[in-house]
Design a protein around this ligand. Structure first.
Ligand code: MN
Length: 261
């Protein structure tokens, strides 16, 4: 081990349903507009656009159970419920079948989005980082392990805000299925064990506010259950790891402490 001038952050990790071991996160990739109805609600033609990829920092991943703060710098933050594929191996230029064989599990995530900043970035041709890659922007459920190569072909995907259904669709509505999404990603990046891939959201995205509770899931997987708390104004002590309630308290070794539902 090299010497460090301050302690490095512990690895970001996600709990695995029914297992003691954690899933160590390498990168977080996301695909935009992968459900036709959502592409239409965002003003795009779902038939003619290739998948649009973006990423979030690994430490935007937080447990989808407990509390996450509303981000600063926005007055229009949207929920996007998504199926998340977790990779146990990687590769380049994979076929959809080869890519699916790298999937070790699935989870449910929310691609939290500063929609106002995303619209402004689109208008100006600027990058999406501030709209998509902010702190606490990738809450995720525990991962449900699957047999290598198994695909989730269908299943209800849904999210409710304060008990009211906002998004309700089926993952069979995806324009590009999981294998196709991963295959296309593998032509742009070398995929690695530990990558998480958010596979896009169905129609019905909408705003959340401090005080709102979010509950959502994909049939057969663990649910997310979140409370949005007010914007945080102070940083973590010493600029280090935030030990606060929910959110980042669940990364690293804490992933084991996620109560199984
Ligand atoms: Mn999304």
């Amino acid at each position: 081990m090299p010497d460090f001038i301050f302690p490095p952050m512990p690895p970001v990790s996600v709990a695995i349903h029914g297992r003691e071991a954690c899933f160590p996160v390498h990168r977080v990739y996301c695909v935009g507009k992968n459900y036709a109805e959502h592409a239409r609600e965002m003003g795009s033609d779902p038939d003619r656009e290739a998948p649009c990829f973006f990423s979030k920092p690994a430490d935007a991943v937080v447990p989808g159970l407990g509390e996450i703060p509303y981000p600063p710098g926005s007055s229009n933050v949207h929920h996007e419920i998504e199926l998340v594929a977790a990779l146990g191996a990687g590769g380049r230029n994979l076929s959809p079948e080869q890519a699916l064989d790298r999937v070790v599990g699935y989870a449910v995530g929310v691609d939290m989005t500063r929609r106002d900043l995303q619209h402004a970035a689109k208008d100006r041709g600027q990058p999406w980082d501030t709209a998509k890659g902010f702190d606490y922007s990738a809450p995720i459920s525990p991962i449900t392990m699957v047999e290598h190569g198994s695909d989730l072909q269908r299943g209800r995907i849904w999210i409710e805000v304060n008990g009211e259904i906002r998004q309700d669709a089926d993952i069979s509505d995806m324009t590009w299925n999981v294998g196709e999404v991963l295959a296309q990603l593998s032509r742009l990046f070398e995929l690695r064990a530990g990558d998480l891939v958010f596979t896009g959201t169905p129609a019905g995205v909408g705003p959340v506010n401090p005080g709102d509770s979010l509950r959502g899931g994909v049939e057969g997987l663990q649910e997310i259950d979140l409370l949005i708390t007010p914007v945080r104004t102070a940083g973590a002590e010493n600029g280090g790891i935030d030990p606060g309630q929910g959110g980042r308290s669940g990364i690293g070794a804490d992933c084991r402490h996620w109560p199984d539902k």
